[in-house]
Write a protein that binds this ligand. Structure first.
Ligand SMILES: [Fe+2]
Ligand SMILES: [Fe+2]
Length: 269
C-alpha cells in the first residue's frame, strides 16, 4: 500500500495559521507517507519573506516531496510586478523547486505535475510543450503504475464554487484518460472535494490546510490518499476545533483501472 499526503494552498503571508501548520506537520511526520504532494499557492503575494517561510516549512516535511506552483506564487506586489512580467517563477525555482513542471516515480506510482498558471490571464492552461512533457513522462510509467496528475487549477468545473478552473476541462480530462491517468490532485479553490468524473478519473481536491482564507463554509483540510493494487482511497482530513486536531471528514474508495496498453503518438516504443 502506498500512502500520499496531499497538501495545498499553504499561503504563507497574511492569514497564515501557524498553529494549524504545526498540526499538519506533526500529522505528516507521524504518518511517514511514501510521498508528500503540495499542489501550489505556497505564498500569498510571492514576496521573498513569504517564500523564505515556505521553504523552511517544506524542508521539514518527510521526503520525497513533489511540488507545483500556484497562481499566488508569482509576485503580486508593487515592487515585484516587473519580475512577474519578465521572470515570474524565479522565486519559486529559488526557494521551492528548481523546475515548475516535474515528475516523480515511486514503486507502484508515477506522478506528473505541471505549472498551470499564467502571468496575465487566469490560469488553468497547459502549453503544447507542457502537453508533450506530460505525454512523454507518463509514457515512462510501468503498465501497472497508478498514474497521478497534479495541477493547481480544478478540472471538474460544475460552476458551483468558482469559475476560474482549467480551460476546456472536458477535453483535458478525456486526454488524461487516454494517457491512463487514474487520479488528479489539485488545489486552488480552498474547497476539499472528492469525486469521480465521467471519464472515470478520480479527482482529489485539497482544501487550504493552514490559511485563514477558507471559503464556502469549508474549514481547513488536507488529503490522505492510499493506493492499493485494486483500490484507491481519498480521505479528507478536516480541522476540528473541539479536539484541536485534524479528523477524518470523509473517506471514499474507488476501484483501480484495469491496466491497458497506452499508445502515445511520438513516444518511444
Ligand atoms: Fe489558494
Ligand atoms: Fe490558487
Amino acid at each position: 500500500m502506498t500512502t500520499i499526503f496531499h497538501l495545498s494552498d499553504l499561503h504563507f503571508g497574511p492569514k497564515f495559521n501557524t498553529h494549524l501548520s504545526e498540526l499538519v506537520l506533526a500529522d505528516t511526520r507521524a504518518a511517514k507517507p511514501d510521498l508528500t504532494i503540495l499542489s501550489g499557492d505556497f505564498t500569498m503575494r510571492g514576496r521573498v519573506s513569504e517564500y523564505e517561510q515556505a521553504q523552511a516549512y517544506v524542508a521539514q516535511l518527510p521526503t520525497p516531496v513533489l511540488t507545483i506552483p500556484g497562481n499566488h506564487d508569482q509576485p503580486l506586489h508593487l515592487s515585484g510586478l516587473a519580475e512577474r512580467l519578465t521572470n515570474p517563477w524565479r522565486r519559486y525555482k529559488q526557494y521551492i523547486r528548481s523546475e515548475v513542471d516535474t515528475s516523480l516515480e515511486i514503486p507502484g506510482v508515477f506522478v506528473v505535475g505541471v505549472n498551470s498558471n499564467n502571468r496575465i490571464v487566469p490560469g488553468g492552461i497547459w502549453s503544447n510543450k507542457q502537453r508533450a512533457f506530460i505525454e512523454r513522462e507518463f509514457s515512462r510509467a510501468r503498465a501497472d503504475a497508478c498514474k497521478i496528475f497534479v495541477t493547481h487549477h480544478h478540472l471538474e468545473w460544475n460552476g458551483k464554487y468558482r469559475p476560474f478552473g482549467t480551460w476546456f476541462p472536458t477535453g483535458q480530462l478525456e486526454w488524461l484518460e487516454r494517457l491512463g491517468v487514474e487520479l488528479v490532485l489539485n488545489g486552488h479553490t480552498h474547497v476539499p472535494l472528492t469525486l469521480r468524473t465521467a471519464q472515470g478519473i478520480v479527482i482529489a481536491q485539497a482544501g487550504t490546510s493552514m490559511s485563514g482564507r477558507v471559503r464556502h463554509g469549508h474549514g481547513n483540510a488536507y488529503n490522505q490518499i492510499t493506493i492499493q493494487p485494486r483500490a484507491l482511497t481519498v480521505r479528507i482530513m478536516g480541522y476540528d476545533a473541539g479536539s484541536d486536531r485534524f479528523v477524518e471528514r470523509s473517506a471514499q474508495s474507488f476501484p483501480r483501472r484495469v491496466p491497458t496498453q497506452i499508445s502515445v503518438p511520438g513516444a518511444a516504443a
